[in-house]
Design a binder for this molecule. Sequence first.
Ligand code: 5AD
Ligand code: FES
Length: 345
Amino acid sequence: NQFSLIDRLYNDQILSKEDFICLIEHRTKEDAEYIASLARKEAQKIYGTGVFPRGLIEFTNYCKNDCCYCGIQRSNANVSRYRLTPEQILSACQCGYELGYRSFVLQGGEDPYFNDERMVSIVSLMRKTYPDCAITLSLGERSLESYQALHAAGADRYLLRHETATEEHYQHLHPKEMSLAHRKQCLWNLKEAGFHVGTGFMVGAPGQTAAHLAEDLLFIKELDPKMVGIGPFVPHHDTPFKDEPSGTAELTTFLISILRLMNHHLLLPSTTALGTIDPKGREKGILAGANVVMPNLSPIDVRKDYALYDNKICTGDEAAECVGCLGRRMDSIGYHLEFCRGDYR
Ligand code: 5AD
Ligand code: FES
């Protein structure tokens, strides 16, 4: 087993690229149980058994990009495109606030309609209406000036996954007009603009190797983000990767544990994609050291149109109140939802 590598990661909070590759390639069930127990213990020292819910509002599925993995890529003519109005966004927040949420995530495709003027106006309105809530944005790549304006308008956090930290692999996942260098620059710019930054990647993305994952972990160490979102790749039937296999819950949870040991304080979501490939995926993510969940707060009628991948959970009307479902799921494993801003501690 690899307990000695795991102990070294636990003590030093970093390994060399070769050691990460070794840990990932030779992991056993025993290793996964051991690293998860350490990861859980460290998460509980800082965050207890509370799990922070973030209400996710998917406000536009227009996107100018063509990421090979993503169901709302611009080339997918089968998507019924929508944009929520500011009123619809605020009313989703109102619903969420009444359910207890104090943390909202506005996520969308890279939609040029939502220019700085429109976004600043939406964020300002949210900030004024909900002074006690955390506002997180997930709008993709924008200029430093744009990030600064959004931060000044009252947004606290920004999620932008780097997707993969290896140049060739980045090109395999994205068309030529996108680049890893620009993605990384955006992440540094977000920090400069004052955001608490989240990054991340998909597990089991087509073409991904253990060496790519090791580079992802080293890049995350260098960036030193406050949040890291990882979830399994899940194919979407209208994309070039439609016949590729999904990532596994087993490797995803193992990587969640590694991330927890690399920074005990991280905000680590147990993602919807993990819940999609495994009926107990989100519970397993928490037990591997995650401490955030992101229930869907989008209006029910648009949820099916924000399909980044196939079979996404929480899209039917039975999912009207994901928060109840997730509350019961957390209780079932000895955790509970903790309704607050959920700041980095
Ligand atoms: N499977 C899993 N995750 C996906 N994402 C996009 N498409 C897929 C997919 N097919 C993830 C990306 C993106 C985040 C919003 O969703 O990592 O950053
Ligand atoms: Fe959305 Fe369970 S969390 S239906």
